[in-house]
Design a protein around this ligand. Structure first.
Ligand code: HEM
Length: 319
Protein backbone atom coordinates (compact mmCIF):
# COMPACT_ATOMS: atom_id res chain seq x y z
CA UNK A 1 0.00 0.00 0.00
CA UNK A 2 1.30 3.47 -0.87
CA UNK A 3 2.47 5.02 2.42
CA UNK A 4 2.18 8.57 1.12
CA UNK A 5 -1.43 7.94 0.23
CA UNK A 6 -2.17 6.61 3.71
CA UNK A 7 -0.40 9.60 5.33
CA UNK A 8 -2.55 11.94 3.29
CA UNK A 9 -5.71 10.05 4.26
CA UNK A 10 -4.70 10.28 7.93
CA UNK A 11 -4.14 14.02 7.74
CA UNK A 12 -7.53 14.45 6.11
CA UNK A 13 -9.12 12.39 8.87
CA UNK A 14 -7.28 14.51 11.47
CA UNK A 15 -8.76 17.63 9.91
CA UNK A 16 -12.24 16.10 9.87
CA UNK A 17 -12.22 15.08 13.52
CA UNK A 18 -10.45 18.24 14.72
CA UNK A 19 -13.17 20.34 13.06
CA UNK A 20 -15.78 18.63 15.21
CA UNK A 21 -13.67 18.58 18.38
CA UNK A 22 -13.08 14.82 18.21
CA UNK A 23 -9.93 12.75 18.73
CA UNK A 24 -8.83 10.78 15.64
CA UNK A 25 -6.83 8.27 17.65
CA UNK A 26 -9.92 7.12 19.56
CA UNK A 27 -11.78 6.62 16.29
CA UNK A 28 -8.87 4.58 14.91
CA UNK A 29 -9.12 2.33 17.99
CA UNK A 30 -12.82 1.95 17.19
CA UNK A 31 -11.94 0.89 13.66
CA UNK A 32 -9.45 -1.64 15.00
CA UNK A 33 -11.91 -3.32 17.36
CA UNK A 34 -14.98 -3.17 15.12
CA UNK A 35 -16.36 -6.44 13.69
CA UNK A 36 -16.42 -6.79 9.93
CA UNK A 37 -19.81 -5.88 8.55
CA UNK A 38 -21.87 -8.75 7.16
CA UNK A 39 -24.57 -8.72 4.52
CA UNK A 40 -27.24 -9.89 6.97
CA UNK A 41 -26.44 -7.20 9.52
CA UNK A 42 -26.22 -4.47 6.91
CA UNK A 43 -29.72 -5.06 5.53
CA UNK A 44 -31.19 -6.29 8.83
CA UNK A 45 -32.17 -9.51 7.14
CA UNK A 46 -33.14 -11.41 10.28
CA UNK A 47 -35.54 -8.62 11.27
CA UNK A 48 -36.97 -8.46 7.77
CA UNK A 49 -37.63 -12.19 7.66
CA UNK A 50 -39.15 -12.27 11.12
CA UNK A 51 -42.10 -9.98 10.43
CA UNK A 52 -44.31 -12.28 8.34
CA UNK A 53 -46.60 -13.41 11.10
CA UNK A 54 -49.82 -15.12 9.97
CA UNK A 55 -52.89 -15.08 12.19
CA UNK A 56 -54.18 -18.45 10.95
CA UNK A 57 -52.64 -21.75 9.87
CA UNK A 58 -53.57 -21.34 6.17
CA UNK A 59 -50.27 -21.37 4.24
CA UNK A 60 -51.45 -18.79 1.66
CA UNK A 61 -51.91 -16.15 4.33
CA UNK A 62 -48.14 -15.71 4.33
CA UNK A 63 -48.23 -14.79 0.64
CA UNK A 64 -50.91 -12.20 1.40
CA UNK A 65 -48.89 -10.64 4.22
CA UNK A 66 -45.60 -10.69 2.36
CA UNK A 67 -46.97 -9.15 -0.82
CA UNK A 68 -48.52 -6.32 1.19
CA UNK A 69 -45.16 -5.73 2.84
CA UNK A 70 -43.35 -5.77 -0.51
CA UNK A 71 -45.86 -3.24 -1.85
CA UNK A 72 -45.37 -0.98 1.19
CA UNK A 73 -41.60 -1.03 0.55
CA UNK A 74 -42.21 0.07 -3.04
CA UNK A 75 -44.55 2.78 -1.75
CA UNK A 76 -41.64 3.90 0.40
CA UNK A 77 -39.36 4.02 -2.67
CA UNK A 78 -41.99 6.11 -4.47
CA UNK A 79 -42.24 8.54 -1.54
CA UNK A 80 -38.46 8.75 -1.41
CA UNK A 81 -38.39 10.10 -4.98
CA UNK A 82 -41.46 12.29 -4.50
CA UNK A 83 -39.86 14.02 -1.49
CA UNK A 84 -36.80 14.86 -3.57
CA UNK A 85 -38.96 16.54 -6.22
CA UNK A 86 -40.85 18.45 -3.52
CA UNK A 87 -37.59 19.62 -1.89
CA UNK A 88 -35.87 20.55 -5.16
CA UNK A 89 -35.07 24.25 -5.62
CA UNK A 90 -33.09 24.00 -8.87
CA UNK A 91 -36.03 23.51 -11.27
CA UNK A 92 -33.76 21.24 -13.30
CA UNK A 93 -36.00 19.44 -15.83
CA UNK A 94 -33.69 16.44 -16.23
CA UNK A 95 -33.78 15.88 -12.48
CA UNK A 96 -37.59 16.07 -12.49
CA UNK A 97 -37.80 13.59 -15.39
CA UNK A 98 -35.37 11.17 -13.77
CA UNK A 99 -37.34 11.11 -10.51
CA UNK A 100 -40.68 10.70 -12.30
CA UNK A 101 -39.22 7.83 -14.37
CA UNK A 102 -37.98 6.10 -11.25
CA UNK A 103 -41.44 6.36 -9.71
CA UNK A 104 -42.90 4.90 -12.89
CA UNK A 105 -40.53 1.97 -12.84
CA UNK A 106 -41.59 1.19 -9.25
CA UNK A 107 -45.24 1.31 -10.29
CA UNK A 108 -44.50 -0.98 -13.23
CA UNK A 109 -43.06 -3.56 -10.84
CA UNK A 110 -46.18 -3.33 -8.67
CA UNK A 111 -48.56 -3.48 -11.61
CA UNK A 112 -46.86 -6.41 -13.32
CA UNK A 113 -46.43 -8.38 -10.10
CA UNK A 114 -50.04 -8.11 -8.94
CA UNK A 115 -50.72 -11.58 -10.37
CA UNK A 116 -49.05 -12.82 -7.17
CA UNK A 117 -52.31 -11.76 -5.51
CA UNK A 118 -54.81 -12.42 -8.27
CA UNK A 119 -53.66 -15.86 -9.31
CA UNK A 120 -51.30 -16.80 -6.54
CA UNK A 121 -53.59 -17.75 -3.65
CA UNK A 122 -56.31 -20.33 -3.18
CA UNK A 123 -59.68 -18.65 -2.97
CA UNK A 124 -60.92 -21.11 -0.32
CA UNK A 125 -58.00 -20.28 1.96
CA UNK A 126 -58.38 -16.54 1.34
CA UNK A 127 -62.08 -16.62 2.24
CA UNK A 128 -61.19 -18.07 5.62
CA UNK A 129 -58.02 -16.32 6.75
CA UNK A 130 -59.44 -12.90 5.75
CA UNK A 131 -61.87 -13.28 8.65
CA UNK A 132 -58.95 -13.28 11.06
CA UNK A 133 -57.84 -9.81 9.97
CA UNK A 134 -61.10 -7.88 10.25
CA UNK A 135 -61.49 -4.90 10.19
CA UNK A 136 -57.99 -4.30 8.77
CA UNK A 137 -57.82 -3.36 5.06
CA UNK A 138 -55.27 -2.04 2.57
CA UNK A 139 -57.55 0.98 2.77
CA UNK A 140 -55.54 1.80 5.89
CA UNK A 141 -52.24 2.13 4.01
CA UNK A 142 -50.94 5.52 5.17
CA UNK A 143 -48.19 5.52 2.56
CA UNK A 144 -50.78 5.20 -0.22
CA UNK A 145 -52.42 8.38 1.13
CA UNK A 146 -49.07 10.14 1.51
CA UNK A 147 -48.19 9.44 -2.13
CA UNK A 148 -51.41 11.25 -3.05
CA UNK A 149 -50.65 14.20 -0.75
CA UNK A 150 -47.15 14.67 -2.15
CA UNK A 151 -48.43 14.41 -5.72
CA UNK A 152 -51.26 16.92 -5.85
CA UNK A 153 -53.05 19.63 -3.83
CA UNK A 154 -55.87 18.45 -1.59
CA UNK A 155 -58.62 20.02 -3.71
CA UNK A 156 -57.84 17.42 -6.41
CA UNK A 157 -58.44 14.64 -3.88
CA UNK A 158 -61.88 15.81 -2.81
CA UNK A 159 -64.60 13.30 -3.70
CA UNK A 160 -65.51 13.70 -7.37
CA UNK A 161 -69.21 14.42 -6.67
CA UNK A 162 -68.33 17.63 -4.80
CA UNK A 163 -64.90 18.53 -6.16
CA UNK A 164 -66.34 21.42 -8.19
CA UNK A 165 -67.38 23.12 -4.93
CA UNK A 166 -63.82 23.25 -3.58
CA UNK A 167 -60.61 25.08 -4.42
CA UNK A 168 -57.26 26.01 -2.88
CA UNK A 169 -59.16 28.79 -1.10
CA UNK A 170 -60.66 26.22 1.29
CA UNK A 171 -58.71 25.37 4.43
CA UNK A 172 -56.60 22.22 4.57
CA UNK A 173 -58.86 20.85 7.33
CA UNK A 174 -62.00 21.47 5.29
CA UNK A 175 -60.56 19.85 2.16
CA UNK A 176 -59.25 16.92 4.15
CA UNK A 177 -62.68 16.27 5.64
CA UNK A 178 -64.08 15.91 2.09
CA UNK A 179 -61.33 13.71 0.71
CA UNK A 180 -62.64 10.93 -1.56
CA UNK A 181 -61.65 7.98 0.61
CA UNK A 182 -63.51 9.23 3.66
CA UNK A 183 -66.70 9.32 1.69
CA UNK A 184 -66.03 5.84 0.33
CA UNK A 185 -65.90 4.44 3.85
CA UNK A 186 -68.98 6.22 5.17
CA UNK A 187 -72.42 4.62 5.08
CA UNK A 188 -74.49 6.73 2.68
CA UNK A 189 -77.73 6.12 4.54
CA UNK A 190 -76.69 6.49 8.18
CA UNK A 191 -73.64 8.74 7.67
CA UNK A 192 -71.75 6.41 10.01
CA UNK A 193 -68.02 5.93 9.32
CA UNK A 194 -66.71 2.36 9.14
CA UNK A 195 -64.53 1.17 12.02
CA UNK A 196 -61.70 0.75 9.49
CA UNK A 197 -61.92 4.47 8.70
CA UNK A 198 -62.35 5.59 12.32
CA UNK A 199 -59.22 3.70 13.37
CA UNK A 200 -57.25 5.06 10.45
CA UNK A 201 -58.30 8.64 11.21
CA UNK A 202 -57.40 8.30 14.87
CA UNK A 203 -53.96 6.92 14.03
CA UNK A 204 -52.94 9.06 11.06
CA UNK A 205 -54.94 12.33 10.83
CA UNK A 206 -52.34 14.50 12.60
CA UNK A 207 -49.57 13.16 10.39
CA UNK A 208 -51.48 13.51 7.13
CA UNK A 209 -52.58 17.05 8.00
CA UNK A 210 -48.99 17.95 8.85
CA UNK A 211 -47.82 16.70 5.45
CA UNK A 212 -50.65 18.50 3.64
CA UNK A 213 -49.58 21.76 5.33
CA UNK A 214 -45.94 21.15 4.62
CA UNK A 215 -46.54 20.68 0.86
CA UNK A 216 -49.28 23.31 0.58
CA UNK A 217 -47.48 25.06 -2.30
CA UNK A 218 -44.93 22.46 -3.25
CA UNK A 219 -46.65 19.24 -4.30
CA UNK A 220 -45.33 17.64 -7.47
CA UNK A 221 -48.15 19.35 -9.38
CA UNK A 222 -47.14 22.76 -7.97
CA UNK A 223 -43.51 22.02 -8.81
CA UNK A 224 -44.52 21.37 -12.40
CA UNK A 225 -46.70 24.48 -12.59
CA UNK A 226 -43.94 26.66 -11.14
CA UNK A 227 -41.44 25.70 -13.87
CA UNK A 228 -40.57 28.28 -16.54
CA UNK A 229 -42.75 27.87 -19.64
CA UNK A 230 -40.12 26.19 -21.84
CA UNK A 231 -39.56 23.54 -19.15
CA UNK A 232 -43.30 23.05 -18.69
CA UNK A 233 -43.54 22.34 -22.41
CA UNK A 234 -40.90 19.61 -22.22
CA UNK A 235 -42.53 16.61 -23.89
CA UNK A 236 -40.54 13.98 -22.02
CA UNK A 237 -41.50 15.53 -18.70
CA UNK A 238 -45.17 15.73 -19.65
CA UNK A 239 -45.15 12.10 -20.79
CA UNK A 240 -43.43 10.97 -17.57
CA UNK A 241 -45.95 12.83 -15.40
CA UNK A 242 -48.92 11.50 -17.35
CA UNK A 243 -47.53 7.98 -17.03
CA UNK A 244 -47.17 8.53 -13.29
CA UNK A 245 -50.75 9.74 -13.03
CA UNK A 246 -52.11 6.78 -14.99
CA UNK A 247 -49.95 4.27 -13.15
CA UNK A 248 -51.04 5.58 -9.75
CA UNK A 249 -54.68 6.29 -10.51
CA UNK A 250 -55.69 3.85 -13.22
CA UNK A 251 -53.31 0.96 -13.84
CA UNK A 252 -52.45 0.00 -10.27
CA UNK A 253 -56.05 0.50 -9.06
CA UNK A 254 -57.28 -1.73 -11.90
CA UNK A 255 -54.87 -4.54 -11.11
CA UNK A 256 -55.82 -4.23 -7.47
CA UNK A 257 -59.52 -4.26 -8.34
CA UNK A 258 -58.89 -7.44 -10.31
CA UNK A 259 -58.10 -9.14 -7.01
CA UNK A 260 -61.29 -7.85 -5.43
CA UNK A 261 -63.23 -9.30 -8.38
CA UNK A 262 -61.41 -12.63 -8.14
CA UNK A 263 -61.96 -13.11 -4.41
CA UNK A 264 -64.94 -10.99 -3.45
CA UNK A 265 -67.62 -11.89 -5.97
CA UNK A 266 -69.69 -15.01 -5.91
CA UNK A 267 -72.49 -15.78 -8.39
CA UNK A 268 -72.19 -12.15 -9.50
CA UNK A 269 -72.98 -10.94 -5.96
CA UNK A 270 -70.59 -8.79 -3.98
CA UNK A 271 -69.01 -10.20 -0.81
CA UNK A 272 -68.37 -7.72 2.02
CA UNK A 273 -64.84 -6.36 2.06
CA UNK A 274 -62.85 -6.30 5.30
CA UNK A 275 -62.76 -2.49 5.20
CA UNK A 276 -66.52 -2.31 4.75
CA UNK A 277 -66.65 -0.10 1.65
CA UNK A 278 -69.18 -0.69 -1.06
CA UNK A 279 -66.13 -1.68 -3.09
CA UNK A 280 -67.71 -2.18 -6.53
CA UNK A 281 -68.75 1.45 -6.43
CA UNK A 282 -65.76 2.73 -4.53
CA UNK A 283 -62.73 1.21 -6.25
CA UNK A 284 -63.19 1.76 -10.02
CA UNK A 285 -60.86 4.54 -11.25
CA UNK A 286 -63.55 5.96 -13.53
CA UNK A 287 -65.76 6.52 -10.46
CA UNK A 288 -63.00 7.86 -8.22
CA UNK A 289 -61.57 10.07 -10.97
CA UNK A 290 -58.51 10.92 -8.94
CA UNK A 291 -56.20 12.86 -11.27
CA UNK A 292 -52.95 14.25 -9.91
CA UNK A 293 -52.11 16.60 -12.80
CA UNK A 294 -55.42 17.65 -14.44
CA UNK A 295 -53.87 20.47 -16.51
CA UNK A 296 -52.07 17.88 -18.65
CA UNK A 297 -55.28 16.47 -20.15
CA UNK A 298 -58.05 17.56 -22.45
CA UNK A 299 -61.62 17.82 -21.11
CA UNK A 300 -62.52 14.68 -23.01
CA UNK A 301 -59.59 12.74 -21.57
CA UNK A 302 -60.69 13.80 -18.10
CA UNK A 303 -64.29 12.76 -18.76
CA UNK A 304 -63.11 9.34 -19.90
CA UNK A 305 -60.62 8.94 -17.08
CA UNK A 306 -59.98 5.25 -16.51
CA UNK A 307 -62.99 4.32 -18.57
CA UNK A 308 -61.51 2.64 -21.58
CA UNK A 309 -59.26 0.59 -19.33
CA UNK A 310 -62.18 -0.51 -17.18
CA UNK A 311 -64.15 -1.48 -20.26
CA UNK A 312 -61.16 -3.35 -21.54
CA UNK A 313 -61.14 -5.60 -18.51
CA UNK A 314 -64.77 -5.85 -17.48
CA UNK A 315 -66.83 -5.01 -20.58
CA UNK A 316 -64.65 -6.16 -23.48
CA UNK A 317 -67.67 -6.09 -25.81
CA UNK A 318 -67.81 -2.25 -25.44
CA UNK A 319 -64.20 -1.63 -26.52
C1 HEM B 1 -56.53 -10.51 -2.45
C2 HEM B 1 -56.01 -9.32 -2.48
C3 HEM B 1 -56.76 -8.05 -2.20
C4 HEM B 1 -58.12 -7.84 -2.10
C5 HEM B 1 -59.24 -8.83 -2.29
C6 HEM B 1 -58.29 -6.43 -1.79
C7 HEM B 1 -59.51 -5.81 -1.60
C8 HEM B 1 -59.69 -4.49 -1.29
C9 HEM B 1 -60.97 -3.84 -1.12
C10 HEM B 1 -62.31 -4.51 -1.26
C11 HEM B 1 -60.73 -2.54 -0.83
C12 HEM B 1 -61.76 -1.45 -0.51
C13 HEM B 1 -61.70 -1.11 0.94
C14 HEM B 1 -62.42 -2.14 1.81
O1 HEM B 1 -63.64 -2.09 1.86
O2 HEM B 1 -61.73 -2.97 2.42
C15 HEM B 1 -59.31 -2.34 -0.83
C16 HEM B 1 -58.67 -1.14 -0.62
C17 HEM B 1 -57.31 -0.96 -0.72
N1 HEM B 1 -56.34 -1.95 -0.81
FE1 HEM B 1 -56.70 -3.89 -1.27
N2 HEM B 1 -57.05 -5.83 -1.70
C18 HEM B 1 -56.10 -6.79 -1.94
C19 HEM B 1 -54.74 -6.61 -1.94
C20 HEM B 1 -54.10 -5.42 -1.68
C21 HEM B 1 -52.68 -5.23 -1.68
C22 HEM B 1 -51.64 -6.30 -1.94
C23 HEM B 1 -52.45 -3.95 -1.37
C24 HEM B 1 -51.10 -3.33 -1.21
C25 HEM B 1 -50.78 -2.52 -0.23
C26 HEM B 1 -53.73 -3.29 -1.20
C27 HEM B 1 -53.91 -1.96 -0.92
C28 HEM B 1 -55.13 -1.34 -0.88
C29 HEM B 1 -55.29 0.10 -0.83
C30 HEM B 1 -54.19 1.14 -0.87
C31 HEM B 1 -56.66 0.33 -0.76
C32 HEM B 1 -57.36 1.69 -0.77
C33 HEM B 1 -57.68 2.03 -2.23
C34 HEM B 1 -58.45 3.33 -2.40
O3 HEM B 1 -58.74 4.01 -1.43
O4 HEM B 1 -58.76 3.66 -3.57
N3 HEM B 1 -54.72 -4.22 -1.40
N4 HEM B 1 -58.69 -3.55 -1.11
Amino acid sequence: MNKEHIDSQISKLEEKYKDSGQDLSSYLDGLLYQRYLTYWDYIHLDTLLSIQVPRTHFPDEEIFIMYHQITELYFKLILHEQKQIVDDKTQDVDFFIEKANRINSYYQVLISSFSVMIKGMQREQFMQYRMALLPASGFQSAQYRMIELYATPLENLVHFSERHNFSSANSIEDLYEHIYWKKGATDVVTGEKTLTLKQFEYRYTPRLIRIANQVKNSTIYHKYQQLPQNSKDNKTLIEALKALDINANVNWPLMHMGSAYRYLTKDNAQIDATGGTNWKEYLPPNFQKVVFFPELYTKQELNNWGKQWVDHIFNPEKV
